[in-house]
Design a protein around this ligand. Structure first.
Ligand code: ZN
Length: 212
């Protein structure tokens, strides 16, 4: 199929295939479907210089530079993230979250000054996710470190979230650290990322000891 770049051009750019590819890939993003992807692509095409090309550059930069922190799993451009490297933070507490989005939610709420541990999901029989798929071993290692006095489990109030909390509780049994979890003020089935700052602050303040 001929290109439509300009008269006399014979490159292999097939506009329709490229466009459809872009729309299909965008449509796989959470919260988008083919319809929203189509609208987004059209909007970008109308704002090529101001939006589309800078966006492509940003994506390339983030994809090539951002990686997981070797200690906590947070995303940053250094091996150890800026939170782990920040000596002003309370090094004795580790807040365990499912995903980086939850860490961002905690940071937005500005209610917590300790360190984090990003599991990378929850245990899930349905999705076939077991302990080896999550950063649980690294958490157990960190919990044994002398500086650590409390592990706060800030996991979703979903079945999978609570199963994961219990599994971690069992893994850490016998260690000197105190294991707490967010208060039950969280809506059932609620995910951290969707909580408003006030609810999150309350849930953290009223955290209780995990009973295994
Ligand atoms: Zn880190």
């Amino acid at each position: 199929m001929a290109c439509h770049c300009h008269p006399g051009c014979h490159c292999l750019f097939d506009m329709h295939t490229s466009l459809e590819n872009l729309i299909r890939k965008l449509g796989r993003l959470p919260g988008l479907g083919p319809r929203s992807a189509r609208r987004a692509v059209l909007f970008m095409l109308k704002n090529r210089q101001r939006l589309m090309l800078p966006l492509a550059e940003d994506m390339h930069e983030v994809a090539s530079k951002v990686r997981a922190c070797v200690d906590c799993g947070n995303l940053d451009i250094t091996d150890r993230c800026s939170i782990c490297l920040d000596s002003r933070r309370d090094q004795s507490r580790i807040c365990v979250v499912e995903d980086v989005g939850d860490l961002w939610a905690m940071e937005r709420a500005s209610v917590y000054q300790g360190l984090y541990h990003v599991l990378g999901g929850t245990l899930s029989a349905l999705d076939g996710r077991g302990p080896d798929d999550l950063l649980i071993d690294r958490l157990v290692q960190r919990a044994r470190h002398n500086d650590t006095i409390e592990i706060i489990l800030a996991l979703s109030a979903t079945v999978d979230g609570q199963t994961t909390a219990h599994y971690i509780g069992e893994k850490l049994q016998g260690s000197a650290v105190e294991i707490t979890r967010l208060a039950r003020g969280m809506p059932v089935g609620g995910e951290l990322d969707y909580l408003d700052d006030g609810t999150l602050a309350q849930a953290l303040k009223a955290r209780s000891t995990l009973e295994v």
